[in-house]
Write a protein that binds this ligand. Structure first.
Ligand code: KE4
Length: 429
């Protein structure tokens, strides 16, 4: 496979951009080798700078539920750009977008648009702190909520992949109010809450984690969090930046049947453009400036282009209720194919999946929490990643991420992927 153009571009990029990338997980650091520079995305495939074609299962880390450049999003964008790109003033499309999300996610009564998942989670924690007048908050080891200082404590995704779950530059003061609990371990949460009685403003969680690989909250854990927050007047924040509109039309809160007080969104709601959002109970959201005193702002928040793309994406979800059944069928096919391969190879790797978001861990024991996840053989994952890449299948370049199936992955794509999975494992085991 000739990747000389990517290699040359990477050398160029490293002169001007830290590590040659604008986000660490793209750098292939944990799987070895150099990142491929992508020149085009079309449907379920991406084409790199050397013209190599790949079946894409990253989907830009989640946004591309409908594959690359779907016609209905492209045409919405082109129509919007004719009117201009940004006004720094309210526009009608922002109302339509907010209204549609409140319609699709019953727990969201009001919502504020921002420009990334990080801004969404950062603002949601601030809202909870302002609303409760408390300072501490609880996150879970291995969950990733973006790169705001107080989240980069034993975080997942790129922080975990690069082995720096607690980042330099995060001050002790900033970390002091971040309390760490264990995912799927209600006792660890209760211990923190009772030890910090009336001081905990919020519990923020990826209810279905996607940043330590995929790990679902158990029903009793999710229910226990809700009950604990009710008893202790703590704001329960579901970080659905990845799971929102991914694992079900109503996200992880629909799958788990739990109503959070606030939710955060990103990825799919931007239709491929930079969008994040936080929303939930009116009583909390009304405290956000300018209706309330809790300050939050953004030059390009609610940007008309991003709203046009995001609205087209969410409207497509609303108008195609069968879409999640289609996704489930495709995901089931891959699940079965991978499990058949593992059986043939005598391997019992943990396969966690919720809807079209899944992860195969190089760990033959069940993976239900952070400790289980990090026991996986990340070196073997790196070899697997490159074997799959050689066979034209582009997965996340890190064990602690997710594989995303889109509505446009064809049967042929999936068959080719299942075959490549068998051959790749055979080659490395
Ligand atoms: P952004 O600031 O990257 O838009 O969103 C942060 C974020 C918040 N919450 C969850 C649950 C997330 O998954 C993310 C971002 N996800 C990673 C991928 N695991 C983004 C990829 C990257 O960092 O480049």
């Amino acid at each position: 496979m000739n990747i000389s153009k990517s290699e040359q571009l990477f050398e160029e990029a490293k002169k001007f951009i830290p590590g040659g990338v604008n986000s660490p997980v793209r750098a292939f650091k944990s799987v070895g080798g150099n990142p491929l520079f992508i020149s085009r995305g079309e449907g379920s495939t991406m084409i790199d700078a050397d013209g190599n074609e790949y079946i894409d299962y990253i989907g830009s880390w989640g946004p591309h539920l409908f594959g690359h450049n779907p016609e209905f999003i492209k045409s919405a964008l082109l129509a919007s750009i004719e009117q201009g790109t940004s006004f720094g003033a309210p526009t009608e499309i922002e109302i339509k977008m907010a209204e549609l999300i409140t319609e699709l996610i019953p727990s969201v009564e009001m919502i504020r648009m921002v420009n990334s998942g990080t801004e969404a989670t950062m603002s949601a924690v601030r809202a909870a702190r302002g609303y409760t007048e408390r300072e501490k908050f609880i996150k879970f080891e291995g969950c990733y909520h973006g790169h705001a200082d107080y989240f980069l404590i034993k975080a997942g995704s790129g922080a975990l992949t690069l082995g720096v779950p607690t980042s330099p530059g995060v001050t002790k003061g900033n970390a002091a109010d971040t309390l760490l609990a264990d995912f799927n371990d209600l006792k660890s949460v209760k211990n923190l809450v009772y030890k910090n009685k009336n001081e905990v403003a919020a519990i923020i969680i990826e209810p279905i984690a996607g940043n330590m690989g995929v790990i679902k909250s158990s029903d009793e854990f999710a229910k226990g969090l809700r009950e604990l927050c009710d008893e202790e007047n703590i704001v329960l924040i579901f970080d659905e930046v990845m799971t929102g509109f991914r694992v079900a039309k109503g996200g992880a809160q629909e799958v788990l049947g739990i109503t959070p007080d606030l939710s955060t969104f990103g990825k799919i709601i931007g239709g491929g453009l930079p969008v994040g959002a936080f929303g939930g109970k009116k009583g909390i959201m009304e405290k956000i400036a300018p209706s309330g005193p809790i300050y939050q702002a953004g030059t390009l928040s609610g940007n008309p282009l991003a709203m046009a793309a995001g609205y087209a994406a969410l409207k497509h979800i609303k108008d195609n209720p069968g879409l999640f059944n289609e996704l489930e069928e495709k995901a089931l096919k891959v699940d079965k194919g991978f499990k058949d391969n593992l059986e043939k190879l005598g391997k019992n790797y943990a396969m966690n999946r919720v809807g079209s978001m899944s992860c195969m861990f190089f760990n033959e024991n069940p993976v239900n929490n952070f400790a289980d996840a990090v026991a996986s053989d990340t070196e073997l994952y790196g070899k697997y990643f490159h074997e799959m890449l050689k066979r034209g299948v582009y997965l996340a370049p890190a064990q602690f991420e997710a594989m995303f199936i889109s509505t446009v992955h064809t049967d042929e794509d999936l068959d080719k992927t299942i075959k490549a999975h068998y051959e790749s494992l055979k080659a490395i085991l």
